[in-house]
Structures are given as structure tokens and as C-alpha cells.
Design a protein around this ligand. Structure first.
Ligand SMILES: Nc1ncnc2c1ncn2[C@@H]1O[C@H](COP(=O)(O)OP(=O)(O)OP(=O)(O)O)[C@@H](O)[C@H]1O
Ligand SMILES: [Mg+2]
Length: 266
């Protein structure tokens, strides 16, 4: 079945849909577990609570937040958080396709950005723009690439005219390269980093849970995988589980050490 078959006619560019449509149910399926550091968990929870109190906020003439930027290294949960938010808000998520949006023809990129924002204004959703820096780089560094400088201006206008029926979420690995004016448009900012010992422990426990393992395995794995991202940890633990399954035995530290070497993360 076409991934976008249940969408509300997403705008198209280069003959393809400008985004991929995920229903709240599909978003929920993407998020089995999400380990967030305390600060980000609080930010997400507060954001969701506020959106559930729209009328009260209107009564107090306090605008609701609806523009989130997430930044940090790969594999730390930025995309996963966007799916989680859509699930919790019971809104569809539109994952914008940058390859469809960015165009070498003069004015085309800006016009595509406008179309996808207009869609989100008219249809309540979480509009998610991954690799946001590809569009929102500082205009100074783009002097020679006039098309992108124009696209940043369009993006600024779109963010200002966005209204409050949808949520805009942007993610980037390169926060320093974002245009400062764009940066100011966001009411919610979340920093992501590699997991600390506590988060690592929590995540490894979730991954190993229910799988027969050696005594003290979680602690040892936690120590061995220091410096890895969540995504790396997931891949290494899955690899190790496969080894244990082939051997019809419990998961051991040897499986983890070998998988770490084979995967060679970081
Ligand atoms: N905080 C987290 N909690 C649980 N799982 C995570 C977390 N971060 C990453 N993962 C695992 O790694 C996978 C990739 O994570 P995700 O796509 O959210 O990373 P990202 O920060 O968006 O990375 P990139 O910058 O490369 O886009 C997830 O599908 C999940 O399996
Ligand atoms: Mg991502």
C-alpha cells in the first residue's frame, strides 16, 4: 500500500509527495521506548500539557508554544521525540522530504516551502523537518547560493504566519549553522546529547528485558558502551542477541564485546 494513500493530498514537487504521512497509530508503533534526560522529558510533558489546555491559555491571552527545534548528535532520539509528540497529541506526523523540497531552479525551493506550510496551516498535524540546517543555514554563509538565502527568507515568513493549529518541529545536528533569525522563531528548544550512565543503563535494561542474560550483564554492557549513541547501543545489543539466539544460549558479555568490535561505533 502506498505510504501516503491515507493522506489529505500532500502537496507534490518533482512529481512526488513533499512529505510522508504517518497516522498517530503509526507514530505510536515507531516509539517503543524513548529514554529522555530529565530536562527534555519535562519540556515535552509541559508542551503536551499546554496543548491540552488551549482554551485556558486563550482566556489568559497567553500564546501556546508550537515551534520546536531539537539539536544534537545523530542517534540520540530527535526523530523519535517528534513521533512521540505526534502520538501523544493524537496528530498525524508529516515527515518533510528535503529532496523533494530543495530545487535548483530559482524560487522553486521557496515556493515548495510555502506549499508544505500552507498544507500544515490548513490540516492540523506535526510538521517535521529533519536535517533542518539544509534549508535554514545562515544567510551569510550562503551569499553565493542566492536560492538558499531566499529560501531562508521564505521560511521566516512561513514561521511567522504559521498560526497555531499545527506544530512545527525541526531537528538538526548542526545548531551553530542555523540562521539566528530562524533560531529566534522557536518557542521550544531541546538539546540532545549522547546518553549519560543513567540513561545508558535505563536503555540497555529496556533492550535486554525479557532476554535470558548473564548475571550483572547490564552493568558491564553499560560500562563497555560508554560514548555510544542510543542508536549504536541498540544495534550492538541486537547483534549480540542474534549471536545468543544462534547459539541457543543466554546473552553473555562476550556477545556484547564481539558485537561492539564488529559494529565499531563512534
Ligand atoms: N533517546 C532514545 N531513546 C530510545 N531509543 C533511542 C533514543 N535515541 C535513539 N534511539 C534509537 O535509535 C534510533 C534512531 O534514533 P533517532 O532517529 O531518533 O535519532 P536522531 O537523533 O534523530 O538522529 P539523526 O541526527 O541521525 O537524525 C531510534 O529509532 C531508536 O531505536
Ligand atoms: Mg533524526
Amino acid at each position: 500500500m502506498n505510504k501516503n494513500s491515507n493522506n489529505q493530498r500532500l502537496p507534490r514537487a518533482k512529481g512526488i509527495d513533499m512529505g510522508t504521512y504517518y497516522t498517530p497509530k503509526e507514530c505510536a508503533r515507531k516509539v517503543k521506548y524513548l529514554v529522555l534526560p530529565e530536562m527534555n522529558r519535562k519540556i515535552v510533558e509541559e508542551f503536551i500539557t499546554i496543548l491540552g489546555m488551549r482554551e485556558t491559555f486563550e482566556e489568559h491571552h497567553v500564546p501556546i508554544p508550537n515551534k520546536v527545534v531539537m539539536y544534537g548528535p545523530p542517534g540520540t532520539g530527535k526523530t523519535l521525540t517528534a513521533f512521540y509528540m505526534a502520538q501523544m497529541l493524537e496528530l498525524p506526523l508529516i515527515l518533510v522530504r528535503l529532496d523533494a523540497i530543495i530545487h535548483s531552479h530559482l524560487g522553486e525551493t521557496g515556493s515548495n516551502i510555502r506549499k508544505i506550510f500552507e498544507y500544515a496551516k490548513a490540516t492540523p498535524c506535526v510538521l517535521f523537518l529533519d536535517e533542518f540546517d539544509a534549508i535554514a543555514r545562515t544567510r551569510e554563509s550562503n551569499d553565493e547560493v542566492k536560492e538558499m538565502a531566499r529560501a531562508v527568507n521564505t521560511l521566516l515568513q512561513c514561521l511567522d504566519d504559521f498560526g497555531d493549529s499545527s506544530i512545527f518541529v525541526a531537528a538538526t545536528n548542526l545548531a551553530n549553522e542555523l540562521d539566528r533569525a530562524i533560531w529566534r522563531r522557536f518557542d521550544t528548544k531541546m538539546t540532545y546529547s549522547l546518553p549519560d550512565e543513567f540513561s545508558r543503563h535505563q536503555y540497555i535494561e529496556l533492550l535486554i528485558n525479557g532476554f535470558e542474560g548473564e548475571h550483572g550483564l547490564t552493568e558491564e554492557v553499560c560500562e563497555h558502551l560508554a560514548g555510544c549513541s542510543f542508536a549504536d547501543i541498540e544495534q550492538i545489543v541486537l547483534k549480540a542477541k542474534r549471536k545468543a539466539i544462534i547459539e541457543h544460549g543466554p546473552l553473555t558479555r562476550e556477545h556484547i564485546f564481539l558485537s561492539y568490535e564488529e559494529y565499531s561505533p563512534c
